[in-house]
Design a protein around this ligand. Structure first.
Ligand code: VG1
Ligand code: CO
Length: 571
């Protein structure tokens, strides 16, 4: 192949958000759009991470991935990358990419130093929907802000990019290595099995024998909904082939470019089929619901955990996994190094950390902040309220891992009980947890596609309001006279305890005297307009009490600024 230098000009709006650059497909297909971003990424990396390096390129298989992969291969070759590993058919879940960077050694001894992950995660896919790209580093985690800021700066000054236009398209459907000769170094593309490395890692973490005993127990039933995302490829390999689950347990497990036209977002709103089967829908299900249900998002880093007619909030899920990890999961048998959650996630995990005397960290939204803690050996288990749970086995949240963690806890609690009358259920485990640790009531309201200007004004107003707690309390009492007092308000700022870097403007918090919390944040993953997220939390040691009206007050301000009286999604 030969290397061409193509003249280009900066394109607005290429700032990576919470998790990469996400835009409508029609934006990505504009001339030079993807190319500018990829070249800006190469320029943001140190030279040895590009020249002679091994990179991974793959994603959740959404529409435009196949074209994007061929473009990135041509640009990688032109930029002196030595080899690129591509998951078969361009498929790799986000957690599998992280595992591949950390665990895989190529046939020639090569190790990957980074990856382009092609996904817009839980956003819909298809010609009229979203595409996305993000870069992960040699630790397997998302590029830190230092790098994403550089990428963005580069997109604002870019003048040319390098591409091997005459490099033939590579067949990514067939396993094997294709080698090319270039003006300097050769360039190899290796298409490899998307699941092998990930499956191997899971088997080293969990007791597969114990889990398969549970799965083969006639009283146990399970339903896994991949929402037509990439998780389906892994679910078949792990739940069916490795653990012997019935294939009928799998729902929507064939990856599709448009996710079957749905939102590949595992929550009570979008995972409708699963929710109905589990007995949580509006009408009673046809059959007795399974004991256990779970779903994943498009790129399989998110998870939703359900019991029979029972929803486990993600904030509870991570707390329960942390509380049971040492007994139920072999990987953690030596103890937990520490635990961490994102700021808007409920404090259920904090209570577990206190009880078990574990190191605890509160970080801004987005998985990249957990990575430093894990690299420094400070954190074993972490999670976010947004259906993200994971551990230091990789540097991304991990949807299938979370399901295996729950299956492990269920298998452990039922170890002596598989032939008993009734299994210990998901609901039993959660209720027992509340009895021990108290309960954090929690809701998230999302106001999607709000006018960006109005959203900024609302956030500005809330920042300014912080300086006067008496004004805040006046508003609160005006709507809800019995509400507890707001005793603290701030804009969350994080100083990374490992590298000392500071992240500002990470959400506005109102802390009430009774431990309740209201948090406002602007989403960083949308592709159009603005999304305001409102996180509402109330702690109750006494499970009989549910009073939660103190939030209503600030909700009224939402309507005043955005004209929205109700959120678009409630989780
Ligand atoms: C959302 C979630 C956040 C998560 C991020 C990426 O971000 O709130 O917790 O880390 O998505 O998840 P935001 O900025 O829109 O609130 V994924 O599965 O979309 O990579
Ligand atoms: Co995702």
């Amino acid at each position: 192949f030969t290397v061409s230098r193509v003249e280009t000009a900066p394109i607005d709006g290429q700032k990576p958000g919470t998790s990469g650059l996400r835009k409508k497909v029609k934006v990505f297909v504009q001339p030079h759009y993807l190319q500018n971003f990829v070249q800006s990424t190469f320029y943001a990396l140190s030279a040895e991470k590009v020249r002679g390096a091994t990179l991974v390129v793959s994603g959740d298989g959404r529409y435009y991935s196949k074209d994007a992969i061929q473009i990135i291969l041509k640009m990688a070759a032109a930029n002196g990358v030595r080899r690129v590993w591509v998951g078969q058919n361009g498929l790799l879940s986000t957690p599998a990419v992280s595992a591949v960077i950390r665990e895989r050694t190529g046939h020639d001894g090569a190790r990957a130093s980074g990856a382009f992950i092609l996904t817009a995660s839980h956003n819909p896919g298809g010609p009229h929907e979203d595409f996305g790209i993000k870069y992960n580093m040699e630790n397997g985690g998302p590029a830190p802000e230092g790098i994403t800021d550089k990428i963005y700066e580069n997109t604002k000054t870019i003048k040319e990019y390098l591409i091997a236009e005459d490099l033939p398209n590579v067949d990514i459907t067939t396993l094997g290595v294709t080698s090319f000769t270039g003006p300097e170094e050769p360039f190899d593309v290796e298409v490899f099995d998307s699941a092998v490395d990930y499956v191997k890692l899971m088997k080293s973490i969990f007791d597969f024998q114990l889990i398969s005993k549970l799965l083969s127990c006639p009283k146990f039933s399970f339903c896994y909904d991949a929402l037509h995302g990439v998780a389906g490829a892994y679910a078949k390999r792990i739940f069916v082939e490795e653990l012997g689950a019935n294939e009928g347990f799998l729902l929507n497990c064939t990856p599709k470019e448009d996710f079957g036209g749905g939102h590949p977002d595992p929550n009570l709103t979008y995972a409708k089929e699963l929710v109905a089967r589990m007995g949580l829908g509006k009408s009673a299900p046809e059959n007795e619901p399974p004991e256990f249900g779970a779903a994943a998002d498009g790129d399989a880093d998110r998870n939703m955990i359900l019991g029979k007619r029972f929803f486990v909030t993600p904030s509870d899920s991570v707390a329960i996994i942390a509380a049971n990890a040492v007994e139920a999961i072999p990987y953690f048998s030596g103890g937990l190094k520490g635990v961490a959650r994102s700021m808007p996630t409920s404090a259920a995990l904090d209570v577990v950390a206190q009880h078990l005397n574990l190191k605890f960290f509160e970080v801004p939204t987005g998985w990249k902040f957990f990575g430093n803690l894990m690299d420094a050996g400070l954190c074993s288990v972490c999670g976010e309220e947004s259906f993200g749970t994971g551990s230091d086995h990789i540097r991304e949240k991990d949807g299938i891992w979370a399901v295996l963690a729950w299956l492990s806890i269920l298998a452990y609690k039922n170890k002596e009980n598989l032939s008993g009358e009734k299994l210990v259920s998901v609901e039993d485990i959660v209720r027992q947890h509340w009895v021990t640790y108290g309960r954090h009531y929690y809701t998230r309201y999302d106001y999607e596609n709000v006018d960006s200007g109005a959203a900024k004004e609302l956030m500005g107003y809330l920042v300014q309001l912080q300086s006067s707690l008496s004004e805040v309390n006046q508003i609160v009492k005006g709507v809800c006279p019995d509400a507890s007092n707001v005793v603290h308000a701030d804009e969350f700022e994080y100083k990374d305890p490992v590298d000392g870097s500071i992240s500002k403007h990470q959400g506005i918090r109102y802390l009430f005297e009774d431990g309740s919390r209201l948090v406002f944040r602007l989403s960083g993953t949308g592709s159009e307009g603005a999304t305001i997220r409102l996180y509402i939390e109330q702690y109750e040691k006494d499970p009989a009490k549910t009073g939660r009206d103190s939030q209503e007050a600030l909700l009224s301000k939402m309507q005043e600024f955005t004209g929205r009286s109700a959120p678009t999604v409630i989780t």
